[in-house]
Design a protein around this ligand. Structure first.
Ligand SMILES: Cc1cc2nc3c(=O)[nH]c(=O)nc-3n(C[C@H](O)[C@H](O)[C@H](O)COP(=O)(O)O)c2cc1C
Ligand SMILES: Nc1ncnc2c1ncn2[C@@H]1O[C@H](COP(=O)(O)OP(=O)(O)OP(=O)(O)O)[C@@H](O)[C@H]1O
Length: 143
């Protein structure tokens, strides 16, 4: 049984998220997803939705076997517990593949790091970004 891990914020789901999770799932028999804690989302605006709500929506997707709330302090704790064969980074995730690979090796976690592909728009006004969905809500419904 091979296990793959995907991770991210997943605030307001869209087809780009589904594409990433399907790509990550293709690396293993089981897909586990780690949901970033609000306190750890520091590289962009904080999520609108609560940690548990984001986890529950990701867990409801067919392609996902288990969704886990991330650790608050140490991002390698859930990975140690899940013991995956692959950690699949999102196409634009700011983490560097070789430093994540080195950190996993330091912790004695024997798994490989891969990078998922991007999903391109299939039609003109398709929104494949949570940030852009929020911008459109503000444009169309804001004062
Ligand atoms: C290998 C890996 C493990 C992660 N584990 C956690 C975790 O345990 N807790 C957490 O809050 N975030 C975790 N994260 C998420 C990061 O904190 C960061 O917020 C996340 O990569 C944001 O992704 P996004 O910009 O694609 O939404 C992890 C990220 C990576 C790459
Ligand atoms: N269009 C896309 N194609 C493939 N993967 C995507 C796409 N959009 C998001 N992802 C992946 O989904 C994961 C979680 O994404 P995240 O929660 O940061 O959403 P986002 O829509 O990219 O957010 P934001 O618009 O706020 O930057 C990331 O690994 C990201 O690479």
């Amino acid at each position: 049984m091979t296990r793959a891990i995907a991770q991210g914020t997943f605030d307001i789901l869209h087809p780009g998220h589904v594409h990433y999770l399907e790509d990550a799932a293709s690396y293993g028999d089981e897909l586990h997803v780690i949901i970033a804690r609000r306190g750890n989302v520091t590289h962009k605006e904080k999520p609108i939705l609560a940690d548990r709500q984001r986890r529950d929506m990701v867990a409801a997707l067919d392609v996902v076997d288990e969704a886990h709330l991330g650790d608050r302090e140490d991002i390698f704790v859930p990975i140690e517990r899940i013991d995956p064969d692959y950690v699949v980074l999102g196409h634009d995730q700011h983490h560097d593949e070789s430093s994540i690979q080195a950190a996993l090796e330091d912790r004695g976690i024997d798994c490989e790091v891969r990078r998922a592909s991007a999903r391109e728009k299939r039609y003109d006004d398709e929104l494949l970004s949570t940030g852009r969905i929020i911008d459109r809500i503000l444009d169309e419904r804001g004062d």
